[in-house]
Design a protein around this ligand. Structure first.
Ligand code: ZN
Length: 220
């Protein structure tokens, strides 16, 4: 977590959801985000529009779904968030949304291949598409956690996208990058089959990123 996020986790989640909405990455009440707490998580509530969210409406729950007080119900996607936190000690924040182009690709059950070197921003030479499972299910949690192995983002078949990181700011920035890459790849598919980078070319990019000392962060 950033120092601002650890100072006030509920307010950081409100800001994140409002930012997603303001940037057009979510509409209505879709999308959710969370922060890791000690042996638990703080997650956005279900069914509340970003404009009506307050820090008090955030829900603290353990990884088995037992809420720790509060008046609101956790996002229906809490099993997916819990599954990721259990499997990934490197993840302290998660952002999930149904952004337009990422969702369009996910509905075609297409991954984003190495059509552009920036695909490496998610940690590898592709951004996978997790196999379909019903929203809010434990199966979806497993499917997404598996698609995120060695990665910090993936698409979710017939659903949307998810980005993870050491803090909300990084996860939100990655969600933006994934949406931009999805839009660019969509445009490439409209022209015809894009030329893909080779494994060796992507390895060189991934090597260069890790050389920055900030793995999975790409600013070039
Ligand atoms: Zn969703």
């Amino acid at each position: 977590m950033t120092s601002q996020e650890s100072h006030d986790p509920p307010a950081s989640l409100v800001r994140c959801m409002r930012q997603l909405f303001a940037e057009g990455l979510t509409t209505g009440t879709s999308g959710n985000c969370s922060l890791r707490l000690t042996d638990a998580m703080l997650i956005t509530p279900t069914g509340i529009h970003p404009s009506e969210l307050t820090p008090e409406s955030m829900v603290a729950t353990d990884f088995a779904g037992n809420a720790r007080g509060g008046r609101f119900m956790a996002s229906s996607e809490w099993p997916m968030h819990a599954s990721i936190y259990r499997a990934r000690a490197d993840v302290d924040a998660i952002v999930h949304c149904h952004s337009r182009y990422a969702t369009a690709l996910a509905c075609s059950r297409r991954e984003i291949p190495a059509f552009h070197y920036m695909v490496a921003v998610a940690g590898g030479d592709s951004i996978r598409c997790a196999p379909y499972a019903t929203f809010g299910s434990v199966e979806l949690g497993r499917s997404v956690t598996d698609a995120l192995r060695d990665r910090s983002a993936c698409l979710m078949a017939n659903h949307g996208q998810i980005s993870v990181g050491p803090d909300l700011e990084s996860a939100l920035e990655l969600a933006r990058r994934v949406e931009e890459l999805a839009a660019q790849y969509h445009a490439c598919l409209a022209i015809g089959a894009p030329a893909l980078l080779t494994v060796a070319e992507m390895d060189e990019v991934l090597e260069k990123i890790s050389g920055y000392g900030q793995p999975r962060r790409l600013t070039a």
